[in-house]
Design a protein around this ligand. Sequence first.
Ligand code: TNX
Length: 492
Amino acid sequence: MLPLIPWPTEVVEPAATATGPAALALPAVRVDAPAGLTAVVAELVAAAGVPVSDHDTDGPAVPFTLRLDPAGGPTGSDGSQSPERYTLQVTAAGIEATAPEPVGLLHAARTLRQLVVRPADGAAGGTPSTVPVVVVRDAPRHSWRGLSFDVVRHWFGPDDIRAVVDLVGAFKLRVLHLHLTDDQGWRIEIPSRPELEKASDNQVGGGSAGYLTADDYRDLQEYAAARFITIVPEFDMPGHVNAATHVYGALTADGLATDAYDGIEVGFSRLWFDNPATEPFLRDVIGDLARMTLGEWVHVGGDEVLTMDHAEFAKFVDLAQQIVREHGKTPVFWQEGARGPVEPGTLLQYWEPKGEEFDRFVAAAHAGARFIMSPGNHAYLDMKYTPEHPLGLHWAGYVELRDSYDWEPTTVIDGLPASAVEGVSAAVWTETLTTRDELFSMLLPRLGAVAEVAWTSPQAKDFDAFAARTAAQAPSWRAVGWTYHPTPQVTW
Ligand code: TNX
């Protein structure tokens, strides 16, 4: 059993014979990769505990050769070829990765990282790590594989966000969606609206917090992009806006700024479409956010506006969608966006089972909307594992590891065409999470389960095997300081 998460398309292990080694020793690895990839690949090799050698003269080093090659990776039974496909081949002579695109080469290096076996505790000093002789041919099922991360309810700054980028990368996810604005705080500099900084120093329970400067945001996106991860920023509107109305009284019905809010209720704050201050605010914020964003998408929220009629809400969806498109980006909304006039290509993020809305979702799909599946009862990693769990919420139920694993994204919404599913996103909201360790203990091991739902074909999924692979990965999490919850569903 190889400890790979997500499980790949095809794994070929040679039958054990007397003629060849079952594993290759890795005293050191020499990386030979296309320009621009060498540093991140070396970082992954080092994270696996294997020394990276720069020169032949450093002593024995195993070559890890990464080559762009359209022949790398598998072809689906229907002839389909994912641009993320790759092949990783470990032989007695060395390690080779081939892929048509750089992202595939990086996936191959991530697979290698998971395959490395560290010397057993108590092994003689100098005992090298090893890697099994194997061929892995692999490609993802869905292209949108992400994590939605609330950095508002409790502030998580650039260092924590970079750690989360590393974690999502380890499971071959491609998207980190940052929930940047909400009732409690405003977490990003908007150059045309510098006053918003006044709403950054607050969070759930009060206390000091912060926000990303434009420079922080650019650096983070570049860090993520070097790892083929796209940051998708979210400005949540027309609800969840108390941070904005705290700064700009002109946005409220009575013209008075609202008080800062440090509780965890939702649904009470709102914008007013006919207020003359509203559209300029949306244009400034969405415009700046789009200009500052390297990736293709801008998320404009739309969830839980509990005090607005549908007609007014639809006007917000229409306007936000137009502004995002005017800036050359693709809009993303929470599922409530389906109540507005969604256009082809607009993405809707499903999160809550509301049967009476399913017809609307299906209609939106037929109108060309694409769906990101984040069902609360499977993919919300801020839900408690069990009733006794000290952290998290439970409005969507208790979400144990198996709940995060055993679900099928194309059948969550009755009647939705499977072809309308763009992919899957886990989500972690931070009302109850205050430290990186708490955050990671909610993400691990469940993020691996959601990643496997997004990547692996349903026929190849197997919870018991997944649980065993999870246990086998835990030492590598401990080695890099990633805290995880030792759920009893895994024999650690
Ligand atoms: C629902 S999911 C929300 C968030 C909360 C979350 C807590 C969504 C679109 N809205 O505002 O933080 O539940 O689990």
